[in-house]
Design a protein around this ligand. Structure first.
Ligand code: SAH
Length: 512
């Protein structure tokens, strides 16, 4: 058993040698020793052999085909996938029992049969003939390992645990994969195509480095991320034919951080946080989210505390401008989604009018998040054909709401910033004809560990909210669907049901 974990250089392979345990083996070689030599092989048009006809062999053959190798598959018979590849002429099929002469002229061999003795025979023959040998999931028999790969060709990231724990290597791969923007592959393709011209234009190494930095941090990559390959290439060409070295200019990403649970960030938001030099974040955004940003990024809390709302917004604009103009990558991190009651539109307009490059990363808005985390479907075939996102935060917006419309049946209201206006909101809805028995769910600190969900009927809403001292941030869901929270709720605390009884609520209201 221990021999399965030993990684030996091919020259040392002796069939049947099972003597040394991995720990002793590895430690005796010291920590400065690499167990494997990393290697990216050009297999274009080179003959390779896969022994085995099943699913695993098919996977290996496909990857070799992607790398342009001339693949021969040897097996008594083929499974459906390989059979198809053989019929299409993409792999050559050698039918029959394994013969050592299958190895003639091949660069490398992968043994992927179910029989360990057969795999061992293939490996022994391969080692003898000095072929590179991989036996799937069997490092002891192999002279090379196939790493877990992130393929953004021409960019390749390969991860290996030296055969000790392929599953962990794959996990790591998933994590790294999420950090690499898919557009990076296109950027490298572009760089590859213009490599000679870039070298010619920037013969000096330091200048060339600066150019590649610009390529990555500047408008070319931004245009690729914004799905504009034609304009990206034009930018690159313009930079190559200009007399001046292009300068990296700053940019702003308006990023939605979601409602609080860091698991609800998008991959794109995570990447933006990883690349930011400066993060201007709303006060409400918690440390779990901010901790995901680059360690040395400057974090600046901006928001509604201190001074009037208007002044604060101007200050935010000024800060955005200052840092972007200094050439920094700025993330403006906002709770939920930047375009839902987040003044993202104003910030975007400001950036546009000052010629600052920007992108927008949507986030999960509080209504969607709170609904999901309290088990309330916002629309429902039987109860609600539409949903409205409403805010009730200031008197002016409050007075201009169309109450007739809002009080209509068969729709769901998701009310932002409702806490301080609960009494008036309830009064208006009742006055305009929404039934007193309309269910509500009021979700405080949605998606955070201290989420509390209060349910009841509209008539009791003010008294219940006051009794439970519901504080901002809280989101109100009103409509038939809200009743489903009582049965479908799954996250955080559902407030004590006895206090939701109308009679008790009335008594509470009287007492208040
Ligand atoms: N842009 C944000 C909304 C900003 S307005 C978004 O898309 O979600 C701020 C209001 O959002 C709060 O008053 C509250 O009503 C709601 N909100 C934000 N985060 C919340 C959370 N974690 N739980 C409940 N409500 C939240």
């Amino acid at each position: 058993m221990p021999s399965r974990h030993i990684v030996r250089p091919s020259g040392h392979f002796r069939p049947g040698d099972t003597g040394v345990s991995v720990m002793g083996h590895a430690s005796s070689r010291g920590s400065d020793v690499m167990q494997l030599y990393p290697l990216f092989a050009d297999l274009t048009n080179r003959p390779v052999l896969v022994v085995g006809g099943g699913d695993v062999a098919a996977r290996k053959a496909s990857m070799l085909l992607r790398a342009g190798a001339k693949v021969t598959v040897g097996a008594p018979m083929l499974g459906p996938e390989l059979r198809e590849l053989a019929q299409q002429g993409r792999v050559t099929f050698r039918a029959g029992a394994y013969q050592s002469d299958w190895l003639d002229g091949v660069w490398l061999v992968i043994a992927a049969t179910r029989s360990r003795p057969l795999n061992a025979r293939v490996a022994a023959d391969g080692h003898l003939q000095q072929r590179l040998v991989n036996v799937v999931d069997d490092p002891a028999l192999s002279s090379f390992q196939v790493p877990a790969v992130i393929d953004r060709s021409p960019l390749l990231v390969a991860i290996s645990s030296s055969g000790t724990a392929p599953v962990l290597a794959r996990r790591l791969r998933e994590r790294i994969e999420s950090l690499i923007d898919p557009a990076l592959g296109s950027l490298l393709q572009l760089a590859q195509r213009y490599r000679t011209r870039i070298r010619a234009r920037y013969a000096d190494l330091a200048a060339r480095r600066r150019f590649y930095d610009w390529l990555h941090d500047g408008p070319v990559n931004a245009l690729l991320r914004a799905s504009n390959p034609v304009r990206a290439e034009r930018q690159l060409l313009a930079a190559l034919s200009g007399d001046q070295e292009p300068k990296t200019r700053g940019s702003v990403a308006l990023v939605g951080a979601g409602p609080g649970d860091p698991g609800l960030l998008t991959l794109r938001a995570l990447r933006a946080l990883n690349e930011a030099d400066v993060i201007l974040h709303d006060e409400l955004i918690g440390p779990q989210v901010l901790d995901l940003a680059r360690r040395d990024a400057v974090r600046i809390a901006v928001g509604k505390r201190g001074g009037g709302m208007h002044t604060a917004q101007e200050t935010i604009h000024a800060l955005l401008l200052e840092h972007a103009q200094a050439g920094r990558r700025v993330v403006r991190l906002k709770g939920g989604d930047p375009f839902v009651f987040g003044r993202g539109g104003e910030e975007l307009e400001f950036l546009r009018s000052h010629g600052i490059a920007y992108e927008v990363v949507p986030g999960i808005t509080a209504a969607l998040a709170c609904a999901a985390y309290s088990g309330v479907p916002l629309t429902h075939r039987d109860y609600a054909q539409s949903v409205r996102l409403v805010t009730a935060h200031c008197q002016q917006s409050f007075n201009t709401l169309d109450w007739e419309e809002l009080a209509r049946e068969r729709q769901t209201l998701a009310v932002y910033m409702a806490v301080s206006k609960i009494d008036e909101l309830t009064r208006q809805l009742l006055a305009h004809g929404r039934a007193p028995s309309t269910p509500f769910a009021l979700i405080e600190n949605g998606t955070l560990p201290d989420q509390r969900t209060l349910t009841g009927v509209l008539d009791d809403l003010p008294a219940l909210a006051a009794h439970h001292a519901i504080h901002a941030p809280a989101l109100l869901i009103l409509g038939e669907v809200a009743a489903l929270a009582d049965t479908s709720h799954w996250y955080g605390e559902l407030l004590d049901i006895s206090l939701r009884h109308p009679a008790i609520a009335n008594a509470l209201a009287d007492a208040a």
